[in-house]
Design a protein around this ligand. Structure first.
Ligand SMILES: NC(=O)c1ccc[n+]([C@@H]2O[C@H](COP(=O)([O-])OP(=O)(O)OC[C@H]3O[C@@H](n4cnc5c(N)ncnc54)[C@H](OP(=O)(O)O)[C@@H]3O)[C@@H](O)[C@H]2O)c1
Length: 67
């Protein structure tokens, strides 16, 4: 199963992502800056501005972030 984790580099995200990976989830993680590691696919996205393809609103397509 696939899961998208926003704020994956933050305190909660760093605690959550490894657990999701260990549980077998395919994780896509967002950050406002380029990141690597943690066994996940990182995507640069700013949820406030929409930069990186993520829309500022909750509606519509997630563009390159969603899959
Ligand atoms: N920690 C707790 O115990 C706790 C308890 C209750 C509620 N919460 C809430 O849960 C949320 C996360 O908490 P946290 O402790 O993990 O916070 P955190 O360590 O400050 O991490 C926040 C994350 O949000 C991302 N972020 C901030 N602005 C963003 C934007 N415009 N677009 C995309 N990503 C953005 C940052 O990612 P980048 O810097 O990588 O872009 C960062 O990784 C917060 O809303 C907090 O109030 C936390």
């Amino acid at each position: 199963m696939r899961v998208l984790v926003t704020g994956a580099g933050g305190r909660l995200g760093q605690a959550t992502v490894p657990r999701l990976v260990d549980a077998g989830f395919e994780v896509r993680a967002t950050s406002r800056r380029a990141r690597t590691g943690s066994g996940v696919q990182w995507v640069v996205a700013d949820l406030a501005s929409g930069a990186g393809g993520f829309p500022a609103s909750s509606g519509g397509s997630c563009g390159p972030v969603g899959w």
